[in-house]
Design a protein around this ligand. Structure first.
Ligand code: 6PG
Length: 246
């Protein structure tokens, strides 16, 4: 497994521009090598800026939109048109503005009556998608909360121990609202060819250092569980989030 790469940018704005460019470059390379690019999006505060940059010039014309398939690293268990939905966030900032064929967009099926069912149905969809993409998620974009959670994998929560054959899992009683969520599992995240941790803000600095420098303990530092055997992990940080690294 290659060492994680750590890139530090002076401000969150510059970080967002660099992250959008990184996604465009990796997507372009994946599409030209494999003809397809499977991209996992997340929620949070900075990703919408990145999504808007991808949907606007100059990156709009670089992105291989027709080759892209889109999944979610995590979703809140709310209807897809709810203001808390990560799908809605991505639609408003990206998907409604770019020509990705609608059959290549795979939101978490939050219309299932039971959250565990939503996770099971998504697991089946993801397995089929992975089969079509040689077992590879080309890009997984992840934020990290001040408590160290990634996707909807929270410190100390049993979702961190999900079975290897489970690709999505229900999370109840999440410490960050909404309480009920669906997350990709560690096994799914470790199908990534490229993981981008996009983290900004001084409130994340302690957990960034812990994730990168502390001994392996994913129940304390969930980001440590993301170790794709053949994938590249890149931490893209603003100076405030990186402040404890030196
Ligand atoms: C979610 C997110 C979540 C997010 C982190 C960081 O749906 O809540 O996917 O995992 O990425 O909480 O969020 P911020 O960027 O807002 O700190």
């Amino acid at each position: 497994m290659p060492e994680p790469e750590v890139l530090i940018f002076p401000t969150a704005e510059i970080l967002a521009v660099a992250t959008a460019q990184r996604i465009a470059d990796v997507a372009t390379a994946a599409a030209s090598t494999h003809g397809t690019c499977l991209l996992a999006l997340c929620g949070g505060s900075l990703p919408p800026h990145v999504y808007r940059l991808l949907a606007a010039p100059p990156l709009y014309s670089q992105m291989p939109w027709g080759s892209l398939s889109v999944i979610w690293a995590d979703e809140r268990y709310v209807p897809l048109d709810h203001s808390d939905s990560n799908y809605l966030l991505a639609r408003q900032t990206l998907l409604d503005h770019v020509p990705i064929p609608s059959g290549q967009i795979f939101p978490v099926p939050t219309n299932q009556p039971i959250v565990a069912q939503a996770a099971d149905v998504y697991t089946h969809q993801l397995r089929a998608l992975l089969d079509r993409h040689a077992g590879r998620i080309d890009i997984v974009l992840l934020g990290m909360g001040p408590d160290g959670h990634i996707a909807s994998l929270f410190p100390g929560y049993p979702a961190l121990d999900a079975a290897q054959d489970q690709l999505a899992i229900a999370v109840t009683d999440a410490p960050k609202p909404p309480l009920t969520r669906i997350s990709l599992t560690p096994a799914a995240l470790n199908h990534a060819a490229n993981v981008i941790f996009l983290v900004a803000g001084a409130d994340k600095a302690t957990k960034v250092r812990a994730a990168l420098r502390d001994p392996y303990n994913p129940h304390t530092n969930p980001a440590q569980i993301v170790r794709p055997p053949t994938g590249q992990v890149t931490w893209m940080l603003d100076a405030a989030a990186a402040a404890d690294l030196t």
